[in-house]
Design a binder for this molecule. Sequence first.
Ligand code: FES
Length: 101
Amino acid sequence: MEVCNVEDLDEEDVIGFDYNGQRYAVYRLAGDAYYASNGLCTHGGVDLAGGLVLNGCIECPKHNGRFDVTTGKAVKRPVRIDLKTYPAERRGGKVFINIAD
Ligand code: FES
């Protein structure tokens, strides 16, 4: 699934993506590394695309809980439930995620 152009997503940033009624978040870390997860916080259902990427984590804009974007692991309270993650990659000038499963 094509998400965006590489230049639409800066390093250490996140972009939201809607598909089939589901919200996803796609991340770009330093070193041209791409990751994806469900887009809503497991604590309060807030859109994580409005949050900040800090040291490989996404910080929820509502209560500042954090998830490791590489694993989806909940690493800072109040979040306790991990995010589901999906494979993401760059192909040429585009960013793709695999949400088939
Ligand atoms: S809604 Fe995300 S930390 Fe509460």
